[in-house]
Design a protein around this ligand. Sequence first.
Ligand code: NMX
Ligand code: MLT
Length: 388
Amino acid sequence: MTGNKDLFTVTSEHLNSGLRGIPVGTCRTSFVTPEEGVHYCGYPIAELAGLEPEDVVYLLFNKELPDEASAQVFRTDLQSRGAVPRSIDAVFSTLPRHGHPMDWLSVGIHTLGMEDTTGDWKEDALNLIARMPRLMGLLFRYREGRSADIPDDDLSMSMVERFVHTLALENVDRELMREVLSAYLVLHMDHGGGNLSTFTGKAIASGHATVYASMAGSMNALSGPLHGRANQSCLEFVLRVGTSDPDEVEAFVRAELAAKRPVFGFGHAVLRAEDPRATVQFALGERLCPDDENFKIIRTLREVAQRVLAENPKISNPNANVDIASGALLHHVGFKDPTYYTTFFGWARVAGIGAQIVDERAVLRDGKGTPIYRPKYIAEAQSLRHVV
Ligand code: NMX
Ligand code: MLT
């Protein structure tokens, strides 16, 4: 963006509004439009959903999809970065097992950083992305108390295969799990520059904290129930609904609103239509598990909750968001405990946030990077006074 043009007029109504709509920078990895949702480097998300996660990571970093040869070189490069130090096992074996998995993820990322930070933004971002599948697998294993007989990492596998292999769950369809997780990762990797976790990570990195410290901060931001943890809350909500009967679902939704509780999986700060990431996941569910009880409930919710929320003009977007369907799909393929769902969101988002941190630190402003974040706050209820 060149020149010096007026982009936005800030009025007193914008104060204390969570920076809603106020332009603060440029983003090279993705943009979100209110009606069509997220596009990665120009591609509508629905067109990318079937691609391999590694190819989409390549896109976010290189701004082009890879051809076959570049894809292979990139996969080999990620594999060469993937080894996770043994100290993760030691740290995970001491964390409180009742601690939330997002707190474990944040600690795990910090631990990786303590072991091996190069100080080069791109190197560190790619190293972290490459280590996430094993970190995730170990997180599940130790927190679930399944620390015995963990299979060795197999760096020749794809990212999702490495996670599924480390997890080594019995009685699950690993291919189905791989398919759902691959789509999940691609859909959740990036969502413009201003979502809370991405903004937080870039803000931390602007003070030249490491990629790992910045990403741990991002994960903490993502762990809030109005942001990433809504996917956990959403499946918990679906389990509480417990019926796909439209009248009963409607009564449930109305009771939640009357009790001043959010209807999880609906609404968005920017979108004003159904999130295409939800649309893609509904289509996946119709193909893979149309008769799954939770999927039947979200199919009803998609219509009923939208209609009920639309009655309230103060709700800017009554439509389904990204979190409505992911829980039902994850549950169907074997992830029965929703407490873990936000870690999948975090795993995916490490790619987008990593690429955005690299752009902000090493590409924007002719490679100088943005200065340290420092927005202005206006004093309220403070008149000058003195102690003596
Ligand atoms: N259920 C109940 N109330 C809602 C909902 C909802 N799904 N969506 C918006 N509202 C309320 C909101 O709480 C606010 O009320 P008040 O004026 O009393 O503070 C009012 O409607 C206006 O909010 P909006 O401008 O429509 O939305 P905002 O940008 O403030 O918040 C969300 C966006 C996503 C936080 C909000 O829609 C929400 O809480 N949704 C449910 C939780 C959820 O699914 N979050 C996941 C979002 C996706 N993600 O990954 O981050
Ligand atoms: C996201 O994917 O980060 C969420 O949809 C929230 C957002 O974009 O504000």
